[in-house]
Design a protein. Structure first.
Lengths: 245, 307
């Protein structure tokens, strides 16, 4: 974990109520895809935990949905403004377990961490066949389909209203795929649907209301088969085998 | 040079800054990012006789200038605290620590303190006990002891029997007259009073139209509660002749001075640690400069100065 000041390079709407923000600064504590940052905002007491979409040596990219006062304030920010951010939070995905044909399943704002994950898997194993399922409500919410294709992923889209891709849910795609492993991030109902039909081991990234984001307050604890875990510090990524549904 | 050293019930501490129980775990999350030996001491995560998972989530809600938590005393239980947490803490913290203890019956408080006393290593590590009779987030215990003067005195008297270490009783602000409870603790043999724990509060989600917190209510803390804490410390200072650890919303060195003027011998920093992990260290770094600015040469001289 590191606390540092980051400069906003970019903050643009990429889909309905969905913003992409690029932050410049010290990224040295980002160590795995699926980690998150925790952002201090003027006028709000608690920081905003947001998953990292992508990072390199100089920048961190986050994609966030405008859902309340905090993210509304973030959406108003402009390049050049600075943010106090805690980075390198959470465990992230373990890519050593994914095999040569993993499927990555993102639902809504669960899609962004799948991008960094796909990139890491492709970098570690350029031969890997990375299949991606992106789930949204409707066409105007879809983002990053082309970016995943550019990484060399096989991209499937599911929309609830059928306006793009398969009409239905990510599981309507998943049930027809062959895969070595799965990684997912998204809403709990989606997780439960995946859990019901998944054919392999996998990793789920959980969301919870957090106090600190770095393991001090016990605000986001959950029970697992391996004992109590803090979503922020021991997660947010948990393995399928340990989860108590 | 400003003297920030404070004598807290016979143990000298380098400065009066103490991270509050429940906001600092057992120290190691913070030890990863700075040397926590800069602290006066810290009050470790509230420990109970049995392991506790605590309440269902969501346990956290945001408030204007503060937050609500309903963690519900999640902790591994006193035996694991002794066998796992304290040895790990000993690697990163070399000063006496404050042991925060909670319970659901007088016997549980007594037994938890007894086990910490009887373990030679834990006994050596612990400088003070802080007996929490004010947790608002557990049912059938916790705050029930802190909202009745009679029960507060009984707990104090019972725990007094099993420890000779300095013992602070941590009080709830959710009472009509906090001085009555403080006096009862003094009568029961307390060495000091800690206050305030969180204020019982609530938030409601406009989308679901239900309470944000799964437990419905929780403890309100953060910067917003500072004036309430100052007022109660001021009142308790007049009511008892015991040292006070003042807490509630402290986020800056200026507010440490304010709390000491109200009557605190030392202060705890709580929610601020969660928002800014460096908060306690920053306050310690800022304190000498703030003292100089206000002409304070020795912090001991300002305790209760506002009276």
């Amino acid at each position: 974990m590191k606390q540092s000041i980051y400069e906003i390079l970019e903050n643009v709407e990429i889909a309905k109520n969905t913003m992409k923000m690029v932050l410049a600064g010290d990224t040295s504590d980002c160590t795995a895809p699926g980690q998150f940052v925790n952002i201090k905002l003027d006028g709000f007491f608690l920081r905003r935990p947001i998953s990292v979409c992508d990072y390199n040596e100089e920048t961190i990219t986050i994609i966030y949905k405008v859902v309340g006062g905090g993210t509304e304030a973030m959406a108003e920010m402009t390049p050049g403004q600075e943010l106090d951010v805690l980075i390198g939070l959470g465990n992230g995905y373990d890519i050593t377990k994914v095999g040569d044909a993993p499927v990555l399943i993102g639902g809504g704002v669960g899609v962004p961490p799948m991008y960094g994950l796909a990139k890491s898997i492709r970098q570690a194993n350029p031969e890997a066949k990375v299949q991606v399922i992106l789930g949204f409500n409707a066409a105007d919410e879809v983002f990053y389909a082309e970016e995943f294709k550019t990484l060399g992923c096989e991209v499937h889209i599911a929309t609830a209203d059928g306006s793009v891709g398969v009409k239905g849910f990510v599981t309507d795609v998943l049930k027809n795929l062959e895969y070595s492993y799965f990684c997912t991030c998204g809403p709990l109902p989606m997780f439960k649907a995946i859990e019901a039909i998944a054919k392999t081991s996998g990793q789920y990234s959980f969301e919870e209301r957090m106090g600190c984001g770095f393991g001090a307050c016990m605000g986001c604890s959950c029970k697992t088969k391996y004992g109590n875990k803090r979503i922020c510090k021991d997660g947010p990524v948990l393995e399928r085998e340990e989860i108590i549904w | 040079m400003v003297n920030t050293k404070i004598n807290l019930c016979g143990i000298e501490i380098d400065n009066p800054i103490i991270p509050a129980s429940g906001t600092y775990g057992f120290g190691y999350e913070f030890a990863e990012i700075y040397d926590i030996n800069c602290l006066g001491t810290f009050s470790f995560k509230g420990t109970t006789l049995e392991p506790r998972f605590g309440n269902p989530t969501p346990r956290i809600a945001e408030c204007p200038d503060g937050m609500i938590n309903a963690v519900g005393l999640q902790n591994p239980g006193v035996d694991k605290v002794i066998s796992q947490e304290l040895p790990k803490l000993a690697e990163v913290f070399h000063k006496p620590v404050m042991a925060n203890v909670s319970g659901f019956s007088i016997d549980e408080y007594v037994e938890t303190v007894r086990r910490l006393e009887n373990d030679p290593a834990a006994n050596k590590q612990i400088g003070w006990f802080e007996i929490n009779i004010s947790c608002p987030n557990v049912h059938g215990g916790g705050m029930a002891f802190g909202t009745s003067a009679k029960a507060a005195e009984e707990v104090t008297r019972a725990v007094r029997e099993v420890t000779k270490k300095p013992m602070f009783i941590k009080l709830s602000p959710n009472v009509t007259d906090i001085t009555e409870i403080a006096r009862a603790c003094e009568a029961g043999g307390a060495d000091g009073i800690s206050l305030i724990n969180t204020l019982l509060g609530m938030r409601i989600d406009l989308k679901t139209k239900k309470p944000v917190i799964a437990n419905k209510m929780g403890g309100f803390s953060g910067h917003a509660i500072l004036p309430v804490a100052l007022r109660m410390v001021y009142q308790v200072y007049d009511a008892v002749s015991l040292p006070i650890i003042g807490m509630g919303g402290i986020s800056t060195a200026e507010e440490v001075v304010e709390m000491m003027l109200a009557g605190a011998t030392a202060v705890e920093v709580g929610a601020a640690n969660l928002i800014d992990p460096f908060a306690s260290k920053q306050i310690i770094d800022d304190l000498p400069r703030v003292c100089e600015k206000y002409g304070i040469k020795d912090l001991n001289e300002i305790i209760g100065g506002a009276h």
